[in-house]
Design a protein around this ligand. Structure first.
Ligand code: BJW
Ligand code: ZN
Length: 243
């Protein structure tokens, strides 16, 4: 049930910040990381999402990313992504902070997107650092290499690595200044993204969570909606802005 007070808070907000996680893409058919159906159930995170894991077995890591690229390339943005893209048109200042690497927010039409964990459809050279769009799957034709001869890796952020400084800086700034903060489809277990809803709360924002389960931040937020994002968000946008 969307309260009148939430409707008026969102309608009057000068700035809204949204943090999304893999749960928003679950309804598009992309598996989440944790939980019953999560990707980590079949694979060990430190083996696949860390530089040490990549150095140890680059073929295995590339195989995993090739498989995920195939899934991501074959699905489309859903009603949740689209509702957030519409929301951006109604709010004077709108920040979409995402931990997702799938690019589905941009596909839905969101413009002000901060990608905290990179993008799976790009490669980065481990030697010269050049970033390029993915043109090879890596696994079938051997390991992909840069024109400089260096080994390519996916341009994503692994455990123990720094997040892109510019995006992280803007994400902290938006979380501190926003009037309403929406935390959607993330278990809020991975730092520093998980601290953003807490920072928003401490800075005076009204913090709302949309998740099918309780999470690490549920007890800290002002309101929690226990619903799939793709079902909740279109109704929320309609209730607030009538569209
Ligand atoms: C739905 C739904 C529906 C489902 N509708 N909801 C101890 C304390 C604090 C920090 C650390 C620590 N030890 C280590 C750290 C740091 C570490 C960290 O946080 N570790 C924790 C796990 C403990 N963090 C880092 O290393 C980060 N870097 C960093 O801190 O740099 C500074 C530093 C450098 C050197 C040394 C020390 C510090 C980097 C983190 C990078 C994370 N990378 C990944 C992989 C990205 C690439 C890829 O995709 O392959 O990012 S891991 C993975 O987790 C991915 C995600 O973006 C991220 C978050 O996951 P997310 O999105 O929340 O997914 P789930 O599955 O967890 O949750 C899904 C949710 O959706 C669930 O709640 C469902 O209920 C819900 N849901 N369907 C709504 N329809
Ligand atoms: Zn190179």
């Amino acid at each position: 049930m969307i309260s009148n007070s939430l409707i008026s808070r969102m309608k009057q907000a000068r700035c809204i910040a949204v943090l999304t996680g893999s749960g928003i893409s679950a309804e598009s058919g992309i598996p989440t990381f944790r939980g019953k159906q999560g990707l980590w159930k079949q694979y060990r995170p430190q083996e696949l999402a860390s530089n040490a894991g990549f150095i140890n077995d680059p073929e295995l890591v590339w195989e995993w990313y090739a498989m995920r690229r195939e899934i991501i390339g074959s699905v489309s943005c859903n009603t949740g992504h689209k509702a957030l893209a519409r929301m951006e048109d109604f709010v004077p200042e709108f920040w979409l902070i995402t931990q997702n690497v799938d690019g589905l927010h941009q596909q839905a039409g969101s413009k002000n997107v901060l990608e905290l964990h990179g993008n799976i459809m790009r490669n980065r050279c481990t030697v010269c650092g050049a970033v390029s769009p993915d043109t090879s799957s890596g696994s079938s034709k051997g390991l992909p290499t840069c024109p400089c001869g260096g080994l390519l890796r996916p341009d994503v952020v692994w455990f123990g690595e720094s997040l892109p400084a510019d995006s992280l800086h803007l994400a902290f700034k938006a979380s501190k200044k926003c009037d309403v903060f929406l935390c959607i489809g993330t278990s809020a277990e991975v730092q520093p993204a998980a601290s953003l809803p807490i920072i928003a709360k401490e800075s005076g924002a009204w913090v709302v969570e949309i998740n099918t389960e309780t999470t690490a931040v549920t007890s800290h937020v002002d309101e929690s909606f226990n619903k799939p994002a793709g079902q909740m968000l279109p109704g929320l946008v309609k209730a607030v802005w009538g569209s």
